[in-house]
Write a protein that binds this ligand. Structure first.
Ligand SMILES: O=C(O)CCC(=O)C(=O)O
Length: 437
């Protein structure tokens, strides 16, 4: 028998948890507005996705989101103009063109808007929409919370920065997200079609209950990637049969979850494909969000009068925490910096280095029970910076670092641990020095 030890990254696991993803929970006995049909609920659990059409009243529920996006674009134009980054604010352009014009004059404008997100009230209203929560009740049970990860997608035409490859959402979350469902409603603010970058899913990709091995990062971006070959091998899907393209008209949404492999197509149109992905889960489950704040409870079986407390939810500055923990400070303080980095970068093999992977600064939590895995993140990250020494990962045995943890203080760990490990792992000389020193 071979003694070969396989190098593993923190995101890689053998564990599988199919039950929560394929088992329909007890359905509400009461008929409620907006509820999915039995066939839709069945499809969601069997195939890992379902398209829901004609759900929103576009005039009263989605047009306010469009208006809120226009305000955000306007604010961005002002900011760029005031800083002398652009010479024209392109005020005559509408919602589906203006950001493209800003992007032409100041490359990265679409990333700045993506990065600067503050959730406007119109979006909160969609997120906590009563009919939407009736849908979530069918998928998650009677206790529902909004998950803290949401994204306004600024998919400008033919832009590499917003070209999102195959992935499962759990690849971005911590391992504690692997065993329970986090539902996404992907809501487009126009008719999303293949030509303007609608979503694709790989149906049945959730049925094994597994997070497949991802790599990082696609081209010049911060996105993790899931190779089709890897999906076929570890998720038992057949890309020829299981790939589904999901056009969604304005007023509808696409439902999928954290184990559904998905991506969006290129936007080959002349319009910006605006969309927002909202998430929900049971409040009793782990958020999988690296301790960066909790979700917002929205519905409770015990307290039928519960309303989402957005004031409390937004009082915690996730962005500030995020930047403190994972960014080099010089990037975090520049309002026009288009670098995006985060904990997911330390979770997978970095096969393509770029400014986003370079900016990643691993974060250590000495007080949490997950500490050992954070240390492991750093070791793997450190070693993977030098590909010729990649096999040195095999010496990184998580349990042996538990002892170090007990003996060393947080300061000592974050300052000296990588240096101590490098010679031990017989790393060849490298010019790279840890960023967090
Ligand atoms: O909107 C997109 O282009 C991709 C969305 C996505 O990957 C997600 O919602 O997880």
């Amino acid at each position: 028998m071979s003694d070969e030890i396989k190098a593993r990254f923190p995101g890689e696991v053998d564990e599988v948890h199919p039950a929560p993803f394929i088992t329909i929970p007890p359905q509400p006995t009461e008929k409620k507005p907006g509820q999915l049909t039995e066939a839709q609920v069945t499809q969601f659990f069997q195939e890992g996705y379902v398209a829901v059409n004609d759900f929103f009243d576009t005039k009263t529920e989605l047009d306010p989101c469009r208006d809120a996006i226009s305000v955000m674009v306007d604010q961005l134009a002002d900011k760029l103009y005031d800083a002398g980054k652009i010479e024209d604010k392109y005020e005559d352009y509408g919602l589906f063109q203006r950001l493209t014009q800003l992007e032409k004059e100041h490359a990265g404008s679409n990333i700045l808007l993506f990065k600067s997100q503050k959730m406007p009230k119109a979006f909160c209203d969609v997120w906590s929409n009563d009919r939407m929560l009736n849908v979530m009740e069918q998928l998650l049970g009677p206790d529902i919370a909004g998950h803290p990860v949401w994204n306004l997608r600024t998919k400008t035409p033919k832009s590499d920065a917003v070209s999102i490859p195959w992935h499962q959402d759990s690849a971005y979350f911590s391992n504690e997200s692997y065993d329970h469902m986090i539902v996404t409603a992907w809501v487009p603010f126009l008719d999303a079609i293949p030509g303007n970058g609608c979503m694709q899913v790989v149906k049945n990709g959730h049925r094994k209950g597994k997070v497949a091995n991802h790599t990082c990062c696609r081209g010049p971006t911060w996105y993790v990637m899931l190779e089709e070959e890897e999906m076929e091998k570890s998720l038992d899907v057949d890309m020829k049969k299981d790939l589904e393209t999901c056009p969604i008209d304005y007023g509808g949404f696409l439902l999928f979850h954290n184990l559904t492999p998905h991506r969006s197509l290129e936007n080959m149109s002349n319009d910006i494909r605006w969309s927002c992905d909202f998430r929900w889960q049971s409040p009793s489950e782990h958020w999988g969000f690296y301790g960066l704040g909790e979700g917002v409870p929205m519905r409770s079986a015990k307290d039928p009068s519960m309303k989402a407390d957005f004031e409390k939810f937004f009082s915690f500055d996730r962005k500030e925490q995020w930047q403190k923990r994972y960014y080099r400070q010089e990037d975090a303080n520049d309002p026009f910096d288009t670098t995006i980095t985060g904990p997911w970068i330390g979770r997978w093999e970095i096969v393509n280095h770029n400014k986003h992977t370079e900016a990643f600064k691993p974060f250590i939590v000495t007080t949490s029970r997950r500490t050992t895995s954070y240390i492991y993140d750093i070791v793997v990250y450190t070693v993977s910076k030098n590909h010729s020494a990649y096999s040195a990962c095999t010496v990184c045995d998580t349990s042996s670092y538990t002892t170090i943890l007990l003996l060393l203080s947080h300061h000592f760990l974050s300052t000296y641990l990588p240096e101590l490990l490098l010679p031990r792992a017989s790393m060849p000389q490298t010019k790279w020095r840890p960023r967090w020193r």
